[in-house]
Design a protein around this ligand. Structure first.
Ligand code: GLN
Length: 487
């Protein structure tokens, strides 16, 4: 059985339903692909071969017994920040090495209820802090399109696994772009749901007012399918919202008739790579040809978004990461007394970027600086949200680039955190505003590096961005290209 590892989820489900393959075949094909390629790519930090095979065989038996659940026996890869019962969850960090999850995150439990099998854990920047996956304590992940380049981050392992044919689909998390940006760098589809759409119970928190879990897939239909399974109110995450979940696949159509799309002046700026801009502008024309009407809009507070994000995110991170002190979770370095033990454990357990952010976050929250930094950032955040509210009064979705550049070289920005932060300019605004966003492949820059189109939608209007993404994707072939990993 060859080639199953490059299918989409919906193709896989169809083949399984028609009896053309079994879940066991699928797991075996994926494991073979991982064995063949992951030495080069480094997408996974842990693979669950025996248990995945056992669960696949159970699913095959259930299917023969008439079980028709949409994800029955379909293997998924999961970013190493989400708890899956009895699997490791190191969050890319030394401090959680050896930690095994005692429970399923709600998003995982919901996928499991639909029959999904959890094949393995993907690499990430430590505690989801980064844009390249270089901040992982568990190894290097390479971009399948060019192994000298970063896959993006922080969900770089998930994006690389999907792009390399080592996973049918994966889960990532997006606090400031970590689903959309690696999807853009690796040529897959990435969806950041609206704040409150998917429960974060069981997601190791980075910045709680920004974090969302999202699917990373080969096409838009698959993203709709996974969102459908995960979305909805969960009493265990009080920020999840009681808004009914629509039938997302029903919103997928082949045209954009009647859709009004906004182009924000502030997102088409000097500093964006000309090839990225060209690809995004061509995508705009394609959407026009599909029937969309365009309006120019303004999101005037965009220039403040990076500073605002890095104050809010680090402040929340400094509080969230206080729990890793050697008492309950993961590694401990003994000390003379508890305070000494906390200090030694955290000094040895956290990497440089995480320490930098804890220090920054502690600083902006400290007395005397709180008003100048944290409170001010919260006020600017309100202005950014207001920009989007005004814009969405006049359009159904907004088109922008995902990242100003294609994937850069491993090491290129590793010693220049500020340069790396600036690359988040087009993605952090959606998290600050709580709206939803989708990254869809829209072309390649000269050297064969994927470029993504970002489609932003109003809060709880995922159906809008899925519709735009689907119509665009189905009228192009960018999402069908595969990297060559044979040589
Ligand atoms: N690159 C951003 C950061 O480092 C976003 C990360 C994320 O979305 N988890 O914070």
């Amino acid at each position: 059985m060859a080639g199953l590892s490059n299918l989409t989820l919906h193709e896989t489900a169809d083949r399984l339903a028609r009896g053309e393959c079994t879940s066991e075949d699928l797991v075996r094909d994926l494991v073979a692909a991982i064995e063949q390629r992951d030495g080069k790519v480094g997408a996974y930090v842990w693979v669950n071969v025996e248990d995945a095979l056992a669960r696949a065989r159970e699913a095959d038996a259930a299917r023969l017994g008439g079980d028709r659940r949409p994800l029955l026996g379909i293997p998924l890869a999961v970013k190493d920040v989400l708890n899956v019962k009895d699997q490791p969850c190191a969050c890319g960090s030394r401090i959680l090495k050896g930690y095994v999850s005692p429970y399923d995150a709600t998003a995982i439990a919901r996928l499991r209820e639909q029959g999904a099998v959890f094949l393995g854990r993907t690499n990430m920047d430590e505690f989801a802090m980064g844009s390249t996956t270089e901040n992982s304590a568990l190894g290097v992940t390479r971009n399948p399109w060019d192994l000298a380049r970063v896959p993006g981050g922080s969900s770089g392992g998930s994006a690389a696994a999907v792009a390399a044919g080592e996973a049918l689909a994966a889960l990532g998390t997006d606090t400031g772009g970590s689903v959309r940006q690696p999807a853009s760098f690796c040529g897959c589809v990435g969806l950041k749901p609206s704040y409150g759409r998917v429960s974060r119970f069981g997601l190791t928190a980075y910045a709680s007012s920004l974090d969302q879990i999202g699917p990373m897939t080969r096409d838009v239909r698959d993203a709709a399918m996974l969102l459908q399974a995960m979305a909805g109110r969960d009493p265990r995450d009080s920020s999840s919202v009681e808004i009914p979940v629509p039938d997302y696949s029903a919103s997928l159509r082949n045209d954009l008739n009647g859709m009004k799309l906004g182009l924000p002046r502030e997102y088409f700026i000097a500093g964006t790579d000309p090839e990225v801009e060209r690809a995004v502008r061509a995508a705009v024309e394609q959407c026009r040809a599909l029937g969309a009407e365009f309006v120019e809009i303004s999101l005037p507070h965009t220039p403040y978004a990076i500073a605002t994000y890095y104050v809010v995110a680090t402040a929340e991170a400094s509080a969230n990461l206080a729990r890793f002190d050697g008492v309950r979770y993961g590694a401990r370095v003994e000390g003379e007394d508890p305070i000494d033990m906390y200090g030694k454990t955290r000094a040895a357990g956290f990497g440089r970027e995480v320490k930098r952010r804890i220090i920054l976050g502690t600083y902006v929250l400290s007395s005397g600086y709180y008003d100048a930094y944290y409170l001010r950032a919260q006020k600017v955040r309100t202005l950014i949200r207001g920009d989007f509210e005004k814009a969405f009064a006049g359009c159904d979705a907004i088109l922008t680039p995902v990242v100003p550049t294609p994937a850069y070289r491993i090491g290129e920005k590793a010693d220049d955190p500020l340069q790396m932060y600036l690359g988040d300019i087009f993605t952090v605004t959606a998290n600050l505003a709580g709206i939803c966003g989708l990254s869809v492949p829209c072309g390649f820059a000269g050297a064969g590096l994927p470029v993504g189109l970002q489609i932003l939608g109003p809060a709880f209007k995922e159906e809008n961005i899925l519709r735009v993404g689907y119509a665009y994707e189905q009228s192009t072939e960018w999402h069908l290209r595969k990297p060559n990993l044979e040589s």
